[in-house]
Design a protein around this ligand. Structure first.
Ligand SMILES: Nc1ncnc2c1ncn2[C@@H]1O[C@H](COP(=O)(O)OP(=O)(O)OP(=O)(O)O)[C@@H](O)[C@H]1O
Ligand SMILES: O=P(O)(O)OC[C@H]1O[C@H](OP(=O)(O)OP(=O)(O)O)[C@H](O)[C@@H]1O
Ligand SMILES: [Mg+2]
Length: 285
């Protein structure tokens, strides 16, 4: 069958963003309530709604051709799948934490300590590399409660804002890995599915580029055009249009969102005025 099957999380932290990404890629899905499988109306894709833990296994077996999940689950499940794109959402840390009143020295603090986690494989690998012996207590969830009920000395879990740690009287002492949502694929995709995936990937990259870049317009004295163009190279080169007022031009370009605030001060110092920053809908190089 010439359809690409994509596994996404049924409900949880990744579900909404995963479906939003497909929507931004122009893929129309019928919102069949509680259906665990749905086909798109305008793209040869079928979405399977699964527990995120099961996605690596299904993709390895080829039951789903591709899947969206946190890279943390990919590492933990350690299946034979290819990570093909970083999707840039659900960013989080995987950290070690201990009761807040404990004195932490360095990673050797954990020597012979008992650590509760839902990620025993990642944790064991980390401490093996450190050549530190620990006892790992694998639990399914609510990990942060473990030290408080005498189950473990410390924990290893996902941290984002840190508020769950705080609420449970814990402090983060070491970041082991940084994770975010990724697209994974079966390593032996049939030719037809590979072609559909290439089309989807092209759209995903355009959406992600648009989300991480902004369109910038500004007015500048002609004497500053060279310096500003060097700072804002854009996709090929900036557009420069003369203003009605002599000696001035309008410069249009693209700027990376995370560089924007650094660049803006430099632009102002070069005499730029009337700076407008506009979201980009799609970006195709
Ligand atoms: N606080 C957070 N901030 C950002 N990303 C997070 C956070 N917590 C989890 N994630 C990411 O979202 C993924 C899914 O988290 P969620 O809590 O929904 O998983 P789950 O409880 O294992 O769900 P499931 O029922 O599908 O097994 C995690 O594997 C991680 O990649
Ligand atoms: O640092 P924070 O912003 O507080 O986020 C961290 C918490 O988020 C996740 O749990 P989630 O809320 O998804 O609940 P779950 O354990 O039921 O999956 C994770 O397991 C942590 O407990
Ligand atoms: Mg899960």
């Amino acid at each position: 069958m010439s359809i690409l099957k994509i596994a996404v999380q049924k409900s949880g932290r990744l579900s909404e963003k995963s479906l939003e990404l497909l929507k931004e890629c122009g893929i129309k899905l019928s919102n069949g309530d509680r259906k665990l499988k749905t086909a798109a109306a305008n793209f040869p894709i079928e979405v399977l709604f699964l527990r995120d833990d099961d996605i690596p296994q299904y993709v390895e077996q080829g039951v789903a051709h591709i899947g969206i999940l946190g890279e943390n689950e990919v590492w933990e499940k350690d299946k034979n799948v290819a990570v093909i794109e970083n999707l840039g959402f659900a960013g989080c840390k995987m950290s070690l934490a201990i009761p807040k009143d404990e004195v932490y020295t360095d990673i050797t603090y954990f020597n012979k300590k008992k650590i509760a986690t839902s990620y025993p494989k990642i944790l064991q690998q980390f401490f093996d590399e450190q050549q530190i012996e620990v006892e790992i207590e694998a639990i399914g969830g609510s990990v942060e409660i473990a030290p408080g009920i005498g189950l473990a000395d410390g924990i290893f879990d996902i941290v984002s804002t840190g508020s769950t740690l705080l609420m449970n009287g814990l402090k983060e002492v070491a970041v082991v890995k940084n994770s975010s949502a990724v697209l994974i694929a079966n390593k032996n995709l049939p030719e037809v599915q590979q072609q559909i995936l290439d089309k989807l990937l092209f759209r995903i990259k355009s959406v992600n580029a648009a989300n991480t870049n902004k369109y910038i317009l500004l007015n500048a004295p002609n004497t500053a055009i060279k310096a500003i163009s060097d700072m804002l190279p854009g996709m090929k080169s900036p557009t420069i249009l003369p203003l009605a007022e002599t000696g001035w031009s309008s410069i249009h370009s693209v700027v990376k969102e995370d560089e924007f605030w650094t660049v803006i001060d430099q632009l102002k110092a070069l005499g730029a005025q009337g700076i407008l920053v506009i979201p980009i809908e799609k970006m195709i190089a």
